[in-house]
Design a protein around this ligand. Structure first.
Ligand code: G3H
Ligand code: 13P
Ligand code: ZN
Length: 310
């Protein structure tokens, strides 16, 4: 099955009350683990690459890895640009075969965000590519811009933004944040479901996206801590909240930090258990297996997308 855009995926996810996992990819093992997990569970999946991922792996390598994933599986896969920050970057991804792009103008003024997003949408739609925009700002560090507090999405803005830009999906800020330290110790993790509901009321049947949606598995944090790592007080979004979001208008849930934790836990444990190991395959295998287990868990317990690859 060739790469698909997110249009059909989101329509089915909205109607079916589940979400599609959007997993960040940076190397071969990560691509393999995600796609093997999704393929075995017959789940559609989004592979997303950030600007940093393209710089790290080289855009050609990354694209070819995804092509290999498509060739060796039998499920709908979308290739998405995560946090595109310029028209040129989005264009380059569209020209090289991405089927979906995000233009992240969330740090711009409303008018500048509209103008930039609209320009990307015009180019993308002319090439059959779907576009994700963003309104509101997540707390945390993103693309070297640090935001101390959440700037929740204002429901009053969403209809105008979607209408004027023509975006296909909208990332919103309701209390999630990027990275492995989403809440302070003792803080009660909370998401603003009231804002999500109000946005859904204003934008019926429109796909919503959640960034910063890793749950930061304490099992992997413990393994990392016990094997020489330092991740004290790493806290993520509780899975039941994400499941609730997936049942609603949220059609895409972004996960990167959880993959990093699973991978790192596998490598650290092998290094600690077997100091004599120096064959990368020996420590990358358990790291890859951890990601595969994690993605299966997300599909069945969080996203609800198992068996939806039809
Ligand atoms: O939201 C950001 C993603 O986790 C990608 O991170 O820019 O370090 O690749 P990155
Ligand atoms: P996490 O850091 O919570 O995994 O979020 C990833 C993300 O939003 C990628 O765009
Ligand atoms: Zn993000």
């Amino acid at each position: 099955m060739p790469l698909v855009s997110t249009k059909e995926m989101f329509k089915k996810a909205y109607e079916g009350g589940y979400a599609i996992g959007a997993f960040n990819v940076n190397n071969m093992e990560i691509v393999q683990a995600i796609v093997e997990a999704a393929n075995e569970l017959k789940s559609p999946v989004i592979l997303q690459a950030s600007k940093g991922a393209r710089d790290y792996a080289n855009p050609v390598y990354l694209k070819k890895l995804v092509e290999a994933a498509v060739e060796t599986s039998d499920i709908p896969i979308a290739l998405h640009l995560d946090h595109g920050d310029t028209f040129e970057l989005c264009k380059s991804c569209i020209d090289s075969g991405f089927t979906s792009v995000m233009i992240d103008g969330s740090h711009l003024s409303f008018e500048d965000n509209v103008a930039l997003t609209k320009k990307v949408v015009e180019y993308a739609h002319a090439h059959g590519v779907t576009v994700e925009g963003e309104l509101g700002q997540l707390a945390g560090v993103e693309d070297e811009i640090s935001v101390e507090h959440h700037s929740y999405t204002n429901p009053d803005d969403v209809v105008e933004f979607v209408t004027r830009t023509g975006v296909d999906s909208l990332a919103i800020a309701i209390g999630t944040s990027h990275g492995a330290f989403k809440f302070k110790p003792g803080q009660n993790p909370q998401l603003r479901f009231d804002i999500l509901e109000e946005i859904t009321r204003r934008l019926p049947e429109f796909p919503i996206v959640l960034h910063g949606a890793s749950s930061v598995s304490q099992e992997y944090v413990k393994i990392i801590q016990e094997n020489g790592g330092s991740m004290k007080d790493a806290i993520g979004i509780p899975e039941d909240m994400l499941r609730q979001a997936a049942r609603s208008a949220v059609c895409k849930i972004n996960i990167d930090s959880d993959l990093r934790l699973a991978f790192t836990a596998g490598i650290r444990k092998t290094f600690n258990d077997k100091p004599e190991v120096f064959d990368p395959r020996t420590y990358l295998k358990p790291a890859r297996a951890n990601i595969k287990d994690l993605v299966k868990h997300k599909i069945t317990e969080v996203l609800g997308s198992e068996g939806k690859a039809v």
